[in-house]
Write a protein that binds this ligand. Sequence first.
Ligand SMILES: [Zn+2]
Length: 144
Amino acid sequence: MFKLTGCCHCGNVRVEIALTHPAAEYHPRACDCDFCCKHGGSYLSDADGSLVIEVKDERLLRRYRQGSNTADMLFCGNCGVLVGAAYPSETGLYAVINTRIIEGGAAFGEAQTVSPKTLSAAEKVERWKKLWFADVTFSPGRSE
Ligand SMILES: [Zn+2]
């Protein structure tokens, strides 16, 4: 497995990622919806990899729903950085990470523009279940 770490600007939200391939083999998905364009977000996931999301103070983790209103855009309410998105399905949590928060200068493949906004809500869910991290551990810290 290839490990990567990332965090928001203030360090309240940290992620640990394990990928099945080197970073260069991934093409971050630059979503063309209004929300993601405003953030310059491009997303990384590996359906066979794993993801840990650690939050120091969960009160500062904000969720925002837009588009089809089914997934939560996750961002730090303290520093404002967009961390990624999560979809709480009936069988578990799926998530994707904004490559902008990855540390250590990981060199990904060229980003590809994607347009999930053209999909129906059901098609989106199907896509997330196929592409997003399915092995997701969410570890909220205690509020201090
Ligand atoms: Zn932060």
